[in-house]
Ligand binder design. Sequence first.
Ligand code: NAP
Length: 307
Amino acid sequence: MTHRIALVGIGKIARDQHIPAIAGNADFSLAATASRNAEVGGVTAYRTLERLLDCEPEISCVSLATPPQARYDDARRALEAGRHVMLEKPPGATLSEVHDLQRLAERMQVTLYATWHSRHAAAVADARDWLSQRKLLRLQIDWKEDVRYWHPGQEWIWEAGGLGVFDPGINALSVMTAILPAPVHLVKALLSFPANRDTPIAADLVFSPMDGAPVAAAFDWREQGPPKWNIQIETSDGTAVLSQGGARLTVDGVELSAGPDEEYAHLYAQFAELIAAGESSVDLAPMRHVADAFTLGRRATVSEFEW
Ligand code: NAP
């Protein structure tokens, strides 16, 4: 059965990834959009999800591609209307609001899918399998990009709830939590806030060691030139580098795994599977680390940021 799906928040990621992924998946057909200022040619457009839900009883699924601060109200609305819901990352602005959505989805007996697209990058599963056979000696994440290039004009990333550098950084944490054989927790953090902004431009995180092996992350939006989206995994039997956001795995310089970007194709395939199985998937581990960084982290004030 093809699910009629609505896409909410027609912005960068909706156009780059969601629309092509829905078009490429026979389980879904894009039936309507809800966006205050944007439309998709040939698709029924609404300004609000509220109106869309009132007018489109046949739409069974809603995919939310808005910024995190706008996520909860729409997710709640869609779940209350008995629709299956897929959430962009991070799944909300707070952990508590996502817990609330989980309870609501359960009560309404519909699927809630909190996605982590980076976990579906081509080499992530191979990195997890490779590490599972070895003793970890050190894991270091470097997630550094030029915010002006990757987030041009996006004011919401600098507003409270927009996460700042954790917006990309949470992708690294979603991969870290997928490949480590057991959980770690944050023990130290330094967050660097531009003097004129509400969210950090850089973060240095130290996690509890894994069987004695140090685990740390450095996120920075002040990087110039090509981005660095790397996780270095030193083991007793070689050093792996998971690079390009999880798309490529090398071991001691030799490529072990790489592949094309099919992250969003996988997300929609998994959404269809969850609906068919009558299940939800909400793993909040990456978001817990971010919340911990905001509660535990020391704050440094750095130069003002202007576009
Ligand atoms: P975006 O283009 O800035 O925003 C998406 C759309 O959401 C906007 O165009 C806007 O459309 C709507 N919107 C609703 N409420 C809003 C609000 N309070 N502030 C701003 N826009 C609002 O953002 P994006 O880059 O697509 O990111 C959206 C989500 O996808 C984020 O959670 C992000 O982490 C995630 N994501 C982004 C990327 C990426 O490469 N950009 C990659 C993976 C995941 P209307 O004005 O028409 O309502």
